[in-house]
Ligand binder design. Structure first.
Ligand code: FES
Length: 92
């Protein structure tokens, strides 16, 4: 099980649920397109994680430091992230 902490809320992922699906289920405004690690449009910033974030297949999208792809990453434990909408809020 994974607990996810964002600036808006905290929630846990359901069995087999991707982080992207969990973010959308809990009302987060997250962009996405391919849902397969190619486009990078879903990227969010990893603030902290109790366990390493892994991928079953290495994503093709370009990632900057601490970027993760919620459509295809594997998470366990407690994860704190910042979504794109957080960046927008902080930048204004
Ligand atoms: S939606 Fe394309 S990489 Fe996540």
């Amino acid at each position: 099980m994974a607990w996810i902490i964002t600036s808006q809320t905290r929630f846990y992922l359901h069995e087999g649920e991707t982080l992207l699906a969990g973010l959308l289920r809990t009302g987060h405004d997250v962009n996405f397109q391919c849902q397969a690690g190619y486009c990078g449009s879903c990227r969010v910033k990893l603030v902290s994680s109790s366990h390493p974030v892994t991928y079953t297949q290495h994503p093709l999208a370009m990632l900057e430091d601490n970027d993760i792809l919620p459509c295809c990453c594997q998470v366990t434990g407690v994860l704190t992230i910042r979504t794109t909408s957080d960046h927008t809020l902080n930048d204004s």
